[in-house]
Design a protein around this ligand. Structure first.
Ligand code: ADP
Ligand code: ADP
Length: 229
């Protein structure tokens, strides 16, 4: 059994009189330790899948198996525990707390997860050992995204879920962030899932899942992913 298996998953949103089918029978699998990319145009249903995988939203139907547990059957208390302990999130716009330093932002992880790693150590690992006492506004976009990645990794999550992590960065900075995600995956064995509308990222992934119009259109395993350098 794959580490992540989504089976016949449906999600609809009601907008006034209209029903929007965001996920129309999603099926996908991701192995433990893979660097997976979910790619597709805006509105395809990617964030819906990621939010359901992260316990931030719930499926209407279907199974969402993570490490052999069907999180689609979790009650709200179980979902809260899952979000806190098992998943790390990285967003397009970093979501750092502006009045906390780099180190304090990463220390937030230890307030929610009992097995959180030492903030300074994780920040050194992502190349920010010199930036511990800076505030987010004093950092570049790429550095802020590294802090956000460090904060997510400090929890030692089963899944690192990233929503357009390079979407707000220029090409070269985006490349560095992708390299960090790829290296994290290789060095720590964390399963990393990135959603993006940018199909140029696909050659770097171990697995590429293409979503269009609420369905998975193609899933390919990449035997020779490009190492970002
Ligand atoms: P993507 O991440 O690929 O851009 P989304 O999963 O965000 O796509 O959205 C899929 C569809 O569901 C879109 O039509 C979007 O407008 C709709 N949608 C997403 N979230 C909501 C919501 N909370 N309420 C209503 N419609 C939503
Ligand atoms: P190249 O040496 O041609 O720049 P790379 O190894 O840097 O190739 O990247 C592999 C592929 O990923 C290329 O097709 C490149 O366009 C794409 N790519 C790398 N980083 C980014 C990024 N941040 N945003 C968009 N595309 C990227």
């Amino acid at each position: 059994m794959a580490f992540v298996t989504i089976k016949d998953e449906y999600k609809r949103y009601q907008m006034g009189e209209t029903i929007i089918v965001a996920n129309d029978g999603i099926n996908l699998e991701i192995e433990k330790g893979e660097f997976a990319i979910i790619v597709g145009p805006s509105g395809a249903g990617k964030s819906t899948v990621l939010n359901i995988l992260g316990g931030m939203d719930t499926a209407d139907e279907g199974q969402v198996l993570v490490d052999d547990t069907d999180i689609a059957r979790f009650n709200s208390k179980e979902l809260t525990g899952y979000r806190r302990n098992d998943v790390g999130f990285v967003f397009q716009f970093y979501n750092l707390v502006p009045n906390l330093t780099t180190k304090e932002n990463v220390e937030l992880a230890s307030q929610i997860s009992p097995r959180a790693l030492d903030a300074e150590q994780v920040l050194r690992d992502v190349g920010l050992g010199e930036r511990l006492n800076n505030f987010p506004a004093q950092l570049s976009g790429g550095e802020q995204q590294r802090v956000a990645i460090a904060r997510a990794l400090a929890k030692q999550p089963k899944l690192l879920l990233c929503d357009e992590p390079t979407g707000a960065l220029d090409y070269n900075t985006g490349k560095q962030v992708l390299k960090l995600l790829q290296d994290t995956c290789r060095n720590t064995g964390t399963t990393v899932i990135v959603i993006t509308h940018n199909s140029a990222l696909a050659p770097m992934a171990d697995r590429v899942i293409e979503i269009n119009n609420a369905k998975v259109r193609k899933m390919t395993k990449n035997p020779n992913p490009i190492s970002v350098d």
